[in-house]
Design a protein around this ligand. Structure first.
Ligand SMILES: [Fe+2]
Ligand SMILES: [Fe+2]
Length: 148
């Protein structure tokens, strides 16, 4: 039977904002999908859009998280930004290697991604928790029935 959960989400990964948690969950689930795909010995055409999607989502997540932390006055933002930039660079390099050499470098990439993401979410991202501004929930207009 194929294993489907390469990384399992744990409650302790939560950073206290549902939008950021959802983004972290989405990244872990992209890595899990890549893991499942890799077990089936997929072709280049299957893996390359998945890798590019993961890279794109990662970069978007980093910039949104950094914007929030800047807003929240997080004092160690430069170090955090550096960690993000290093991961983005390493991922891009590995993806590029896969795309140009067309060889199965996904195994190394998966091990790297699992280690980096779990350590980052339980490490630096947890440190930031107190500096993440509260989520703004869009208020719904009061309707007559709400008062009944
Ligand atoms: Fe994050
Ligand atoms: Fe982060």
């Amino acid at each position: 039977m194929r294993q489907t959960q390469y990384i399992v989400w744990k409650d302790e990964y939560s950073v206290g904002r549902s939008d950021m948690d959802r983004q972290h969950q989405a990244i872990l689930s992209l890595i899990n999908r890549l893991y499942v795909a890799q077990q089936g010995q997929p072709g280049f055409a299957t893996i390359s859009p998945m890798l590019e999607g993961l890279l794109q989502f990662t970069v978007t997540h980093f910039s949104q998280e950094e914007r929030l932390l800047e807003k929240g006055g997080y004092p160690d933002l430069e170090r955090h930004k550096k960690a993000h930039a290093e991961l983005a660079r390493s991922t891009r390099m590995m993806v590029q290697q896969f795309l140009t050499e067309k060889e199965d470098a996904t195994f190394n990439l998966l091990a790297f991604l699992r280690k980096w993401w779990t350590q980052h979410i339980v490490g630096l991202d947890q440190e930031c928790k107190p500096y993440l501004p509260p989520e703004v929930k869009v208020a719904r207009k009061l309707r007559p029935n709400d008062l009944v």
